[in-house]
Design a protein around this ligand. Structure first.
Ligand code: PRP
Ligand code: ZN
Length: 297
């Protein structure tokens, strides 16, 4: 099957930590994906000129750099490891997607009870991310023997291949199951949308812009919350100052409670428990935080 040049192509992870959320993001952006079975390597958006290519995450940067796929969704860990091997940039990160958060960490057998980066000097460290690890070790003025493994890195200490490992951690379950504990952070990562730096012809660039605008909308909605609360009128100024990323809240009188109002606002940033505590301390009560399904400003 040769790629249809009238359509855009996006590389996404076939199966793994990013695959479900990547598909969900595109569905939230209004794309109807032809639901091929799990084993299909491609899918087509029925209502947008976009084809998805399902590939291994490690292959995504190559596809996008070569322009085989104009777009891709990939973890910053994979992207940065790839980019460190290039002499000039070939891929551009266009949006952080807020999912697939994990961090590349150095871990040691959990019997090690104190750690300092200097302890890595001259040690063998097993990893699938040799360039990121090398940059980290060198940034501390150290040298280490980096043992590159494609997978099952956590087995290295038990097999006597290396004293330390440097691998991705999200829940930490894999480290724990292998008798390892994280000792320091090397790189923080989340899923990002990337585009090729190869020229995209005019016909395609309109489609790319349209798709990016929709994805921006989805990301904004995911972060945004609708807040409703009651407050004494005298506390309005301090309460609106606390509402994260809210513009011009709606203020309506409360029947039967003179001097009190209801405040409604769209907050375009995450609303944390700490924010609610501060609102309450400022005099707010009956605070509701609700998700927003769709938004067009
Ligand atoms: C990473 C890593 C660990 C696991 C850690 O693999 O190699 O095996 O995730 O996750 P946990 O902290 O939640 O246990 P990944 O899913 O990236 O697979 P891949 O290396 O095969 O792409
Ligand atoms: Zn991988």
């Amino acid at each position: 099957m040769s790629p249809d040049r009238n359509r855009l192509h996006m590389a996404v992870q076939k199966s793994g930590r990013l695959s479900d959320r990547s598909r969900q993001l595109l569905k939230d952006a209004g794309l109807r994906l032809s639901e091929s079975g799990k084993n299909h390597l491609a899918a087509r958006a029925e209502n947008f000129p976009l084809d998805l290519m399902f590939v291994r995450d490690d292959d995504i940067p190559t596809f996008v750099a070569d322009g085989v796929c104009e777009l891709g969704i990939v973890g910053q860990n994979v992207l940065e490891e790839y980019a460190l091997g290039l002499s000039e940039p070939r891929i551009e990160e266009v949006a952080r997607l807020g999912f697939g958060k994990c961090s590349l960490k150095i871990a040691a057998p959990d019997t090690l009870n104190s750690f300092q980066p200097a302890m890595l000097d001259g040690q063998r460290i097993a990893t699938s991310y040799p360039r990121l690890l090398k940059r980290f070790v060198e940034s501390h003025g150290l040298t280490a023997e980096i043992v590159t493994m494609r997978g099952a890195v956590e087995l290295a200490p038990r097999l006597g291949i290396a004293r330390f490992v440097c691998d991705l951690v999200s829940t930490g379950a894999t480290l724990e199951a292998n008798g390892l504990a994280p000792v320091c952070d090397v790189f923080e990562s989340e899923a990002v949308l990337v585009r090729t730096l190869r020229p995209i012809d005019n016909l395609h660039s309109d489609k790319v812009s349209a798709l990016l605008a929709r994805i921006d909308g989805v990301i904004a909605t995911a972060e945004s919350k609708y807040i409703v609360l009651n407050a004494p009128e005298s506390a309005l100024a301090s309460i609106t100052a606390i509402l994260p990323g809210a513009e011009a809240p709606t203020v309506v009188p409360l029947i039967g409670r003179p001097g009190h109002v209801a405040v409604q606002a769209v907050c375009q940033e995450s609303v944390f428990w700490e924010t609610l505590e501060r609102l309450k301390a400022a005099g707010a009560s009956a605070i509701l935080v609700m998700p927003i399904e769709k938004m067009m400003m």
